[in-house]
Design a protein around this ligand. Structure first.
Ligand code: FCB
Length: 470
């Protein structure tokens, strides 16, 4: 048995758009994901999230499920379009009330409310005005962050500003895979810069309202390995590391984008202005990390053989001073998410628990012994209920056990890890993949909305309740 320290938080994570449904309720405005879901071919099977897990209407039942699990932390996200239906101006009281009550319900059960302000659901109106590539969106985000800090900050102590900025800027603005579905490297570059500004502005907005708040942000991170020992592959792996792991953290901690990234940019492709370095730089109180795989990178000739969301920048960025659209020419790189040494999940991601340990130690080496929250860790499997109605998902139990052991190893080696959040509380809308991948500790029957703990949920409950170790 390996033990966790007293005070370590056991949690689960969700996000608003993936679970809430009720997209027209109580004055909510449309988001870019509503629009994207209505775009033919965007979501597998033509699915949408108008109902999702119906969490907006079943919140009491779901908080009871959290309490039954015995978690001590719940990471959820706040839907900006419920708070500011058109992305600006005074708060929509009914939208705020939903999260206000959620916070109270969690606290009444002894669960830490741990909100993320932006988990990808931009108000559509702001996209119409330019979206994340427009610098003004950073001002809008700061206004929204201030509203939420004012509304909930008397009870919410710990805030995450963004979820996985690299994923939503690259897939949303460069690759067209996620909302808003744009395919422009120029838009991607400007979005990267605006989101970096928004980290600074959002941090200061929350701080101004609540001087005692702990404020961080959540990043998708992965160790990057060279596919072979060649210099070219090592170079490609270092480049992928700069892009995937440091693109947003370096501006926050050092006020500059990674040199590997900016050196290939023509002109002022980021739309930077004097004073931006200071504006982007803020002393985050913690780093949130979501680690699902390791990246194996090869240089592959003229065009680097990078994972689909990394490709292109190196070769195409030189022409990105203008609005050059990028063609979708690159095939999915089969082996990018691992090396075929571990088994793979339903997402095709190699199960490689050491990746989490490596990432936690990488953060500790690069940014000092900063507190780290593991904000997501989990796996999708086909998960068919047996005749007893239960999903016997031993593979998910093994997955979480191995990843929790990786956390303990990293802590023993010096990482200051405060929490572990399983992704996810229950099966939900997995973005462009629709409802096919099931990540939950509880199974959701989308016909009846019935939630049933999987075997992994029972296992996690025992762990949360004993709060000991794995
Ligand atoms: C992460 C997202 C989360 C979920 C998991 C599987 O990239 O933050 O919303 O989709 O992947």
């Amino acid at each position: 048995m390996r033990r966790f320290p007293e005070g370590f938080l056991w949690g689960v994570a969700t996000s608003a758009y993936q679970i809430e449904g009720s997209v027209d309720a109580d004055g909510r405005g449309p988001s870019i994901w509503d629009t994207f879901c209505a775009t033919p071919g965007a979501i597998e099977g033509g699915q949408h999230a108008r109902v999702a897990c119906d969490h907006y209407r079943r919140v009491d039942e779901d908080v009871a499920l959290l309490a039954d699990l015995g978690v001590s932390s719940y990471r959820f996200s706040i839907a900006w379009p419920r708070i500011q239906p058109s992305g600006r101006g005074p708060a929509n009281a009914k939208g705020v009330a939903f999260y206000d009550q959620l916070v109270d319900k969690l606290l009444a059960r002894g669960i830490r409310p741990f909100p993320t302000l932006y988990h990808w659901d931009l108000p559509q109106r702001l996209e119409d005005e330019g979206g994340w590539p427009a610098r003004a969106t950073a001002d809008r985000f700061a206004e929204y962050a201030g509203i939420m800090a004012r509304a909930l900050g008397d009870r919410v102590q710990d805030w995450a500003l963004f979820n996985e900025p690299f994923i939503f800027t690259s897939r949303g603005y460069m690759l067209g895979r996620y909302a808003p579905g744009r395919r422009s490297i120029g838009d991607f570059l400007r979005a990267v810069h605006t989101v970096s500004l928004a980290h600074g502005d959002g941090f200061r907005a929350v701080r101004a309202e609540r001087p005692g708040a702990r404020i961080g942000s959540v990043f998708a991170m992965a160790p990057t390995e060279a596919a072979t020992d060649s210099d070219a592959d090592h170079g490609a792996a270092a480049y992928a590391d700069a892009l995937f792991n440091r693109l947003f953290l370096d501006p926050i901690f050092h006020g500059v984008h990674p040199a590997e990234f900016t050196e290939s940019l023509a002109g002022n492709a980021l739309g930077a202005e004097p004073g931006d370095a200071e504006r982007m730089q803020v002393p985050l109180d913690f780093i949130g990390v979501n680690c699902y795989y390791r990246l194996v990178v090869s240089a592959g000739g003229a065009r680097p053989d990078l994972p689909f969301f990394l490709f292109g920048i190196r070769t195409d960025a030189r022409t990105a001073g203008g609005h050059g659209d990028m063609s979708e020419a690159h095939p999915h790189v089969e082996n990018a998410f691992g090396r075929n040494e571990g088994a793979r999940t339903e997402m095709g991601w190699e199960i490689w628990p050491q990746a989490l340990r490596d990432v936690l130690l990488m953060i500790t080496t690069r940014y000092g012994r900063i507190p780290i929250e593991v904000c997501e860790s989990g796996c999708a499997f086909a998960d068919v209920p047996a005749s007893d109605g239960v999903v016997h998902d031993d593979a998910r139990i093994a997955y979480h056990r191995a990843h929790l052991r990786a956390v303990i190893e990293a802590m023993a080696a010096g990482a200051d890890v405060r929490s572990y959040h399983a992704w996810s509380l229950f099966d939900n809308f997995e973005w462009a993949s629709g409802y096919r991948p099931r990540f939950g500790l509880a199974h959701v029957d989308y016909q009846t909305q019935r939630r049933t703990l999987k075997a992994s949920g029972e296992w996690y409950r025992a762990l949360c309740r004993s709060r000991r170790g794995v």
